[in-house]
Design a protein around this ligand. Structure first.
Ligand code: URA
Length: 196
């Protein structure tokens, strides 16, 4: 049962001391959404609100992401599961170090193995680099489908980048439109979206 498999990974993460982030975090942010989702969205790391609640993407970035998902007619209840490269909040929201990322990534890989999404969305430079290497550039590679061990992957901007620079929203929406097209191709050819 996939819920039990995820629960097993979650309990390992709660007990994890592979890096120093466990010392300062309040809650592990394992991932949230539908374990039967077809779309797995990967962010960077929990922020203040996520660390407080244990739920991924509930702060300001999460609220913007929620609006984007709503525009796509996707929801966490059905089509989407959300996770991060690291599961514990880095102090002051700094970018997780390469060591911290390497320590945590196997948990995310196992989550993906259990959920077996049809589409992966990587949001931001940290997620892109964790999957495709440090020479990757989000500004260059966003909007183009990539392949990660057979999974179609769409890199796009992180919502926090869209909050800092609203001019990027137009490009991000183009990326999500491509995801809708792919979702219709691979999952549900009748998926409704009033915009496309
Ligand atoms: N930013 C992320 O990358 N992940 C979260 O869960 C929240 C904010």
């Amino acid at each position: 049962m996939m819920e039990e498999q995820l629960e097993q990974i979650n309990s390992e993460v709660i007990a994890c001391t592979r890096c120093g982030l466990c010392k300062e975090r309040h809650q592990v942010v394992f991932g949230s959404g539908n374990p039967r989702a077809s779309i797995f969205i990967v962010g960077e790391a929990p922020g203040f609100e996520e660390d407080k609640t244990g739920v991924a993407f509930v702060g300001k970035s999460g609220q913007l992401l929620e609006k984007i998902l709503l525009a796509c007619n996707f929801s966490r209840e059905k089509e989407v599961y959300l996770g991060n490269i690291v599961k514990c909040r880095p102090p002051h929201n700094r970018v997780p170090s390469p060591q911290e990322q390497a320590a945590c990534l196997p948990y995310l890989e196992r989550q993906i193995e259990v959920i077996k999404p049809k589409i992966i969305i990587l949001m931001g430079s940290t997620a892109l680099k964790a999957f495709f290497g440090t020479s990757s550039r989000i500004t260059r590679e966003r909007g183009n489908w990539k392949n990660w061990f057979g999974y179609p992957v769409m890199p796009t901007y992180h919502p926090s980048a869209l909050l800092r620079n609203p001019n990027l929203k137009r490009d991000a929406w183009e990326d999500f439109k491509k995801v809708i097209v792919k979702y219709r191709e691979l999952v549900d050819n009748e998926h409704y979206c009033k915009y496309i």
